[in-house]
Design a binder for this molecule. Structure first.
Ligand code: NDP
Length: 244
């Protein structure tokens, strides 16, 4: 017999634009409670309002994933509101691409802080709760740059390879908590705005005509979290048909 899916409490980091925002809209439309985190609190509040106007359920909470205390407060706010947590989508990310010999050391550190440490902070905040519940699901957004390396993307690719590695380690150590890595290809979002090097930004933006909508990644997240508890979708790679 078919059963109505139970709504899940889904925390999404980086929900103020792009893939995080599209994922929040898609999951809310599917009936899930979404908890929206990012630094731009005004955008989150507007998104939460829009979702609720469409009969969805959303909670907005300012979040800086580079700060463990901020991540802990984000998770606590969700847990206080709903009493349990089902899914954390570690999506927040930045991509200030440049050649290594440009020595943009601050940008390297920013990518490590957001893309890698941010994911670890998320895991640290939810894992004790999910282990105590005996259930949970951590979805980490990597990239095709987690599978390959391109010029100007050495540090970005290093962070995204690291996200895949730590996800695999977490998966192996988990009995009850599911772990999914989603690796998008070129996807329409605000990500290229973080590229300060104008030449590199123009080159990347020149490839974006084939980019897929962020909603395509939201659909992949929905697929992964909609499986039965004993089924863990370990990894999905979703890229434009035309991407080489
Ligand atoms: P966007 O720039 O549109 O979204 C990035 C999100 O991350 C924003 O909501 C931003 O919110 C948030 N963010 C950045 N820094 C922080 C921080 N310190 N704390 C909390 N939130 C933060 O880009 P995308 O939607 O494309 O990026 C989402 C993820 O998808 C990233 O991990 C990216 O690497 C990955 N990805 C994207 C691809 C693409 O082609 N677009 C391809 C492969 C992977 P705010 O500034 O308000 O904090």
């Amino acid at each position: 017999p078919s059963t109505t899916p139970v709504p899940k409490v889904v925390l999404i980091t980086g929900a103020s634009s792009g893939i995080g925002e599209a994922t929040a809209r898609r999951l809310a439309a599917a009936g899930h409670h979404v908890v929206l985190g990012a630094r731009r609190a005004g955008r989150l509040a507007l998104l939460a309002k829009e979702i609720e106007a469409q009969s969805g359920s959303a909670l907005a909470h300012e979040l800086d994933v580079t700060d463990p205390a901020s991540v802990a407060a984000f998770v606590r706010a969700a847990h206080d509101r709903y009493g349990h947590l089902d899914v954390l989508v570690n999506n927040a990310g930045v991509m200030p691409l440049s050649r290594l010999d440009a020595l943009r050391v601050d940008e390297w550190n920013q990518m490590i802080d957001v893309n890698l440490r941010g994911v670890l902070h998320g895991i640290a905040a939810v894992l004790p709760i999910m282990n105590a519940q005996g259930s949970g699901h951590i979805v980490n957004i990597s990239s095709v740059s987690g599978l390959r390396v391109d010029p100007t993307a050495a540090v970005y690719a290093a962070t995204k390879h690291a996200v895949r590695a730590l996800s695999e380690g977490l998966r192996q150590e988990s009995r009850d908590v599911r772990v999914t890595v989603i690796s998008p290809g070129l996807t329409r979002s605000e990500l290229t705005a973080s590229i300060a090097d104008g030449t590199v930004r123009d080159a990347v933006e020149g490839q974006m005509d084939i980019a897929i909508p962020a909603a395509a990644i939201g659909e992949a997240v929905l697929f992964a979290i909609s499986q039965p508890a004993e089924v863990d979708v370990n990894e999905l790679v979703v890229r434009p048909t035309a991407q080489g």
